[in-house]
Structure formats: C-alpha cells, structure tokens
Design a protein around this ligand. Sequence first.
Ligand code: PLP
Length: 419
Amino acid sequence: MSDDTPPVWRPETLAVRAGYDPASAANAAKPPIYMTSTFAYASARQAKDIHEAYFEGTGPEVGRPGHIYARLSHPGLDMVEARLAALDGAEAAAVFNSGMATHSAIALAHLRPGDSVVFSRPIYGGTNGLYTGLMPAFDVSHAEFTDGCDRASIEAAVEEALSHGPLKLIVIETPANPTAAIVDIALVVDIADAVGARTGLRPLVVVDNTLLGPLMQRPIALGVDLCMTSLTKYCGGHSDLLAGGVSGSAALIAPLRLLRTTLGSHLDPYTSWLLLRSMETVHVRVERAMDNARRIAEMLRDHPKVASILYLGFLPEGSAARAVYDRQCKAAGSTFSFAVVGGEAEAFRFLDRLTLLRFAVSLGGSETLITHPATTTHYALTPEERAAGGITDATLRLSVGIEHVEDLLADLSQALDAI
Ligand SMILES: *Cc1c(COP(=O)(O)O)cnc(C)c1O
C-alpha cells in the first residue's frame, strides 16, 4: 500500500470495484440506495458553491460529492457512471433512463437545423426513427451506408451528407442487429479525420456498442468520440430494467449531462443501484452466454431444417468483414439470427413448439429469447426493406442466455424436428 502508483486493473476487476468507495457511506461494503429527490445543504455558502460547481465547473465544491436535485445528479448515478467509464476505458460517462434517451440526447446536443448525419445500415429501429423520423422535422438530413468495411461506400454517404449541410455526426452500430453486419470502426474514424482536415469541421464518431457490450469490444481505444450502449441489454443482463449510457472525454460528456437535466432523462436511484449490481457480473454472464451461443450456432449450422445462419464466429476466412472482426471484436457475442427451411408457416410451427426458449423481443438477458423479426421487431418495414436488411419470413433471432446448454440444444432440436 506504500506504492503511490495506482494499480492498472482489468475490466473484469473494474466491473466489481470501480465507482464506489465505502468511506463515502458509513463504510457499507456495498453501495446504499439513496432514495431522495433532493439534497440538503450544510450552509447558504455551500449551496452557492455547489451550484457554481455544477453550472460553471469552478469553485471549492468542484470534485466534491455535492448534489442539488436528483434530476441533475445523485450518488447512484455518479457511481454507475464511474463504473461505465471505467469499463469502456473512457474519461467520463453519462447514464440515462434508456438507450434511446441516450441516442436522443446525443442527437439533440450536436445537431442544429441545416446539419447532416451519416449512419450505418442496418441500424436499431429506434435509432432509425430518431434520424429518419424526428430529426428531419428539425431540418437535419441524413445519408446512409450499408457496407461498413468499404471505404468508397462510407465516403459516398459522407459526400452526400456534406452536400446537404455541415456533417456533425457519423453514427455506427457494429455488429448490427440482426444481420451481424460489421462496420470498420478505425476506418470510420479515419474518414471523419479526413472530413475535418478538409472542411475544418470534424464530425463526431458515435458507436452503438450494444450488441457486444463493453467487455467484448472497446471502441474508445479505437478512436471513437462517443461509445453508446443500451445498458438494458448485457449490462443490465436480467431483462428487468431499462437504461442507457454513453462514454467519452469529459469535455463531450459534460454537455450531455447538462442536457439530461433539461430532458429529464436521468436514471432513477433504484435502477442505478440495480445496474451497478448487474455490472459486477457482466463478464461472467457474457462469457457463459457466448459459450452457449457457439454450441447452438454449430448445431444449427449442421441441422438439415436450417437454411442459413448469420453468426459472427462463422465469418469466412479471407473476407473483409473477417479481417475487421479479428481486429476490433474480442468475441462473437451471443445474439445472432438464422433461417429455417421454408417460410413463415415453418418458422411459426418451430416457435410454437419451443418450451424452454421464451418468445420475446430484446436481448442480453440471462434467459434465452427468440423472435421472428419479420412479424415483430421489423413488422413496419416493407418486404424489400427487410430483404435489404437480410430478413426473410423464415428468419429467427436468438439472444442466447446462461441456461445449461444441453437444455437449450434439446429444446431447439425437438422444435426443429417438428417443422
Ligand atoms: C435495445 C437497443 C437500443 C435501445 O435501447 P433501449 O434501452 O431499449 O432504449 C439501441 N441500440 C441497440 C443496438 C439496441 O439493441
């Protein structure tokens, strides 16, 4: 303990240790839940100093745990933000009451009328709604690319966006849902730098890291400005809460926290505590789920009733996507899709025969979930739009959980046999 150099802990250790100091709470070994909407000041002087620290970032209360009102910040939020920043390897993080509240805050913080955005496809339905439904009403235009490993495709989208107006954000989701499409993060950062050098305005690169999560892909180390994660998924991990977070430099995170006080989209004290607790075990859950997913993917690949499978672990050697995957992903994750032989009728017959797997949207929970994208998550798309996103009437998406793999394999096998 005499060595002043702080130890460099690995993410698995930080998931348990970062963000909470027992000395801050009567030496309770685990963090308490601070169920309060408001905070008492010790004196009139301190009240003024706390407001100065919050709004100006100056004065004697900077760096001290002073709080004002829970919509602005509260101890549970501070703890969960510190833990997320540590896991992402970032200077700071802001946590919100859902992944979409996080995406919305990023858009509202950086986009003004006349600006443009580039995003990758396929992209989460809510993000798609934000950039193609809501933001155009504020005169923000968008351009898209689908081949995220191809410089020319990304640059074409960037040029299209620049022809509409200043390009402020490049938003990428990788791997994407439900096709496991990969975007080359370092390539996108390089293209953003080139835009900056040419126009004097460098767009921010935002990665939606939900599908692999903080342990399996570390976008901050690859040079992105903001790493967004739906914490509802693997970090929450039990399908019992909604939350979202974004990490990056302190300079980029501070305005998002301030905007959150206007939007009122902070995470409440109880859910912050639940999330803090769940984050301690995220690596153990994700590792088990990924082991299960590989076994299931191998069984499905070899099954005569399965027509095709899109699993990151099966990306062909020598392909561009495989090279990018090997560079930027630590593992293949546990969410993937496959298609049964036949169409909707066969897919429905299979789904209705399952007894262990639950039929529900969402992903990243301890239990295995399965969905039929064409009639649920991607219902509102046209058949052509679905086909462009790799979704047919026979496509099913699996989010593999942590049950015993033999039980999962047995349930899937008996339902496939019934097709
Ligand atoms: C679920 C999800 C979101 C939205 O997160 P919520 O917490 O449901 O608001 C965003 N991006 C991806 C990739 C997701 O899977």
